[in-house]
Design a protein around this ligand. Structure first.
Ligand SMILES: [Zn+2]
Length: 305
């Protein structure tokens, strides 16, 4: 499992954007080794190809956007998270609107589609970003740190003054199998009391109980309840993986976050990249077996969703 991956064939996914509320069609194409993940808006004439990297992120308010202004692609984080979850390093994505479809507010639909489409191994070795020195960022009370570790571990804490959430902490050791079983299906969440404010800002026009966990002041409003008791912190880990995948490599390091969001994740990525002695890029062949084994695909395992 040392080789880079892409999807086996072209596949189209349609849905609505959670913020725009507009219908959108997105086509994922296989891409060659070392090409990374990139987007192209097909609804804009002669639009440029937007490479998805930490430094091409143009907005981080309530979503992560690649590029800025009218040509940006918003809400890329759940799709990128699932691609990382399958160890897919290369994919070219055409999209006919400003936002990746939200589906059910988690990565479940992308997991399902990519599992059905299949994964193709490419003839080039994976590269890992190995953290060699701790880097930390703080924005108000929110913070995130990345430090040396032989594999990717995410230790996430969220704190909300809400009786259903309160403080949730989860330490997640990344493997493709763990990702599929524990993280990919966790949905985004929001509070009924914030709905008016977000709509006034032009956000969550497409939001509903079908694509988010919504909480009133006391309880979860979705009739089927939660998928996991700690679905909230699991979704935070899903978002974190999507955002840090923008480093562009498989990651060997421990990430600890406190009340973090897309902005903090992006600031952490940028600070790491600006600190050349805090990381090195190495071929998967030089790494301990365990770090690489995390990307073994559980083909025999049928994810339950
Ligand atoms: Zn999210």
């Amino acid at each position: 499992m040392l080789n880079q991956r892409t999807i086996a064939k072209t596949v189209t996914i349609t849905g609505i954007g959670i913020h725009s509320g507009e219908k959108v069609s997105m086509t994922l194409h296989p891409a060659q080794a070392d090409s990374g993940i990139s987007f192209k808006r097909t609804d804009i004439k002669d639009s440029e190809i937007l490479k998805a990297t930490a430094t091409t992120v143009g907005a981080t308010e309530n979503n992560t956007a690649i590029g800025s202004g009218a040509g940006a692609v918003h809400t890329v984080e759940h799709l990128l998270s699932v691609l990382y979850g399958f160890g897919i390093n290369n994919c070219f994505i055409e999209i006919d609107g400003p936002e990746v479809p939200t589906m059910d507010g988690s990565g479940a639909s992308f997991l399902y589609v990519i599992k059905e489409t299949g994964i193709q191994q490419l003839h080039k070795t994976k590269k890992f970003l190995v953290v060699t020195k701790p880097v930390e960022v703080k924005v108000g009370e929110k913070w995130a740190r990345i430090e040396p570790c032989e594999k990717l571990i995410i230790d996430s804490t969220i704190v909300f003054k809400h009786p259903i959430i309160k403080t949730q902490r989860k330490e997640f050791e990344f493997t493709c199998e763990n990702y599929i079983n524990e993280i990919g299906r966790a949905r985004t969440f929001g509070f009924l009391r914030d709905v008016d404010m977000l709509k006034r800002k032009g956000l969550i026009k497409g939001g509903s109980l079908d694509n988010a966990v919504v909480l009133d002041d006391f309880k979860v409003m979705n009739p089927d309840g939660l998928r996991f008791n700690d679905e909230f912190v699991r979704h935070k880990i899903l978002d974190t993986i999507g955002d840090i995948s923008l480093l562009g490599y498989e990651i060997a390091g421990k990430i600890t976050t406190y009340m973090s969001g897309h902005h903090v994740h992006n600031v952490l990525c940028r600070k790491l990249l600006e600190t050349p002695d805090a990381y090195e890029i190495v071929s998967a062949t030089t790494l301990e077996k365990e770090a690489v084994q995390a990307f073994d695909l559980p083909m025999a395992l049928a994810p339950s969703f």
